[in-house]
Design a protein around this ligand. Structure first.
Ligand code: GAR
Length: 210
């Protein structure tokens, strides 16, 4: 059975969705860069090991990355799952886990990388917004796309309303992507996503009704 580690920074609702999904792998640990991350209590309540590597204790990013990598490696995971992990990771760290690290981003990449994606989508006037799960590569929010979910942008939407609509889809597509990886069907080969045995190919678009 494959092992995975989840990295969070706060609420951890994507982590909750994953732990609730009864995935075919073992969540070896949930690690936060913030001591106050509320998701830690949920993980501990489910009997998952938790750890904090507080980025504020490390003035240099490289030292933080090294401490984080040491904690991750203690659990010998096959997969590192970034779930609302809000620290930018250095190139060396990313290369160490390349092909074995996924992220979820709250937009239809490559539109709206970075922060405040819902505000940016509203400002741009897009009619379709959503979320993307991708492999992590050194360029931020640019890795090969595994799965996306689209939601409509409705008249009168606020950033909060749009975020809630997107988050509901995040909770569907992220456990799905992690399931594929744990089943050994999803991998990165020559910089491209390979997904075996699925009718929907890599880059599948989930377009919910309504
Ligand atoms: C999610 O919307 C996730 O897509 C986003 O942060 C939120 C975390 O929520 N991630 C990013 O913006 C990464 N750049 P959660 O802690 O409840 O899962």
């Amino acid at each position: 059975m494959k092992r995975y580690v989840i990295l969070i920074s706060g609420r951890g609702s994507n982590m909750e969705a994953m732990l609730a999904a009864d995935l075919p792998g073992r969540c070896a640990a949930v690690i936060s860069n913030r001591p106050g991350a509320t998701g830690l209590a949920y993980a501990a309540g489910r009997g998952v090991a938790t750890a904090v590597i507080d980025h504020q204790a490390y003035p240099e990013r490289a030292a933080f990355d090294a401490a984080l990598a040491a904690e991750i490696d203690r659990h010998a995971p096959d997969l590192v799952v970034l779930a609302g992990f809000m620290r930018v990771l250095g190139d060396d760290f990313v290369r160490r886990y390349q092909g074995g690290m996924l992220n979820i981003h709250p937009s239809l990449l490559p539109s709206f990388p970075g922060l405040k994606t819902h505000e940016a989508a509203l400002a741009a006037g897009v009619r379709l917004h959503g979320a993307t799960v991708h492999f992590v590569t050194p360029t931020l929010d640019c890795g090969p796309i595994v799965i996306q979910a689209a939601v409509p942008v409705l008249a009168g939407d606020t950033a909060e309303a749009l975020a809630a609509r997107v988050l509901e889809q995040e909770h569907r597509i992220y456990p799905q992507a992690v399931r594929w990886f744990l089943e050994g069907r999803l991998r990165l080969a020559d910089g491209r996503v390979r997904l075996e045995g699925e009718a929907t190919t890599a880059g599948a678009l989930v377009a919910p009704a309504g």
